[in-house]
Design a protein around this ligand. Sequence first.
Ligand SMILES: *[C@@H]1O[C@H](CO)[C@@H](O)[C@H](O)[C@H]1NC(C)=O
Ligand SMILES: *[C@@H]1O[C@H](CO)[C@@H](O)[C@H](O)[C@H]1NC(C)=O
Ligand SMILES: *[C@@H]1O[C@H](CO)[C@@H](O)[C@H](O)[C@H]1NC(C)=O
Length: 289
Amino acid sequence: MFKRECKGFVEKMMFNTSISVLLLLVFPAVISEVVDFSKCSEFFFEGKSPNITGMLVKSQSQNNQYKTICQKYKNAYRFATLYDTTNRIPVFSAYTVTVDKEIKRPENTWMNEPQLEVSSDEMGMPYENQATDEDFFNNSYSVNRGHLFPSCHSGDEVIAGSTFTYTNIVPQKISFNSGSWNRMEIETIKLMSVHCRDKKDNKVLAHVLTGAVLGKNKLKLKYRVTIPSFMWMTFCCYNNKSPFSKAYWAPNEDEKGDIRINEITLQELQENLIKNNTKVTELFYKHCT
Ligand SMILES: *[C@@H]1O[C@H](CO)[C@@H](O)[C@H](O)[C@H]1NC(C)=O
Ligand SMILES: *[C@@H]1O[C@H](CO)[C@@H](O)[C@H](O)[C@H]1NC(C)=O
Ligand SMILES: *[C@@H]1O[C@H](CO)[C@@H](O)[C@H](O)[C@H]1NC(C)=O
């Protein structure tokens, strides 16, 4: 009954230098909005974005390093991202899961966000504040482009297309991306479609936050993009009008075999984040209780 190909978006780093150079010349750009999150509050549980001391409070960035992006694509907001322009990876992406019908992985090119850059009319200006194809090319860390908002959790193909932006991407170990993380994505969308309902009209609705914790290494050969040490995911929704949440936490490491990511509580996730220097006060409104 339920078929959704989360494994479809495992990236294989097969492109060669000439393609990489070509992509840099004709690089597609997505025009999102670097505003505060109040314009796209629908992607947060009860319309409230997380509070993280020093990063994000009351939907406002607390430091120029962190940009609040309402991800606009084909004339509508599709999800929201808090982006770290120093480490050139997102802190988290926030999105809703609304349907359980099958969608195909779109044939999308990867997009960059021009509004993160100082405006310039110079031809071929490099992307200074975000990752690009070149950063991921021949990186020698056995990582590929890991979506925070995975295209397979999208409500339709246009939303799926919107996920292919570097502002939604972290360097993720290839075996982890296609292994336990992918199994967790498949498992959670099933859980959400069964248990999560909008209080108003009883349609499928869950609010998801997926994020990455900064590690010590940066992608070679340019040393611009930080490789996460851990990745996490949590969702909150209503189940029979009561708040319902799950949380997951996993190291961004190579793996072998059928590893499963254990569930933790929302409270434990917040504690892990605090230990790892992300000073979360709340991820979900009223801690989703
Ligand atoms: C990848 O990088 C290594 C150096 O780390 C270099 O020797 C090799 O030629 C590069 N491969 C390609 C295809 O550019
Ligand atoms: C990050 O959190 C994990 C899980 O709680 C913990 O094992 C690890 O030591 C933490 N890392 C740091 C740098 O505190
Ligand atoms: C963040 O803090 C503000 C101000 O204290 C509060 O109104 C809002 O509900 C908080 N967000 C969450 C997700 O709880």
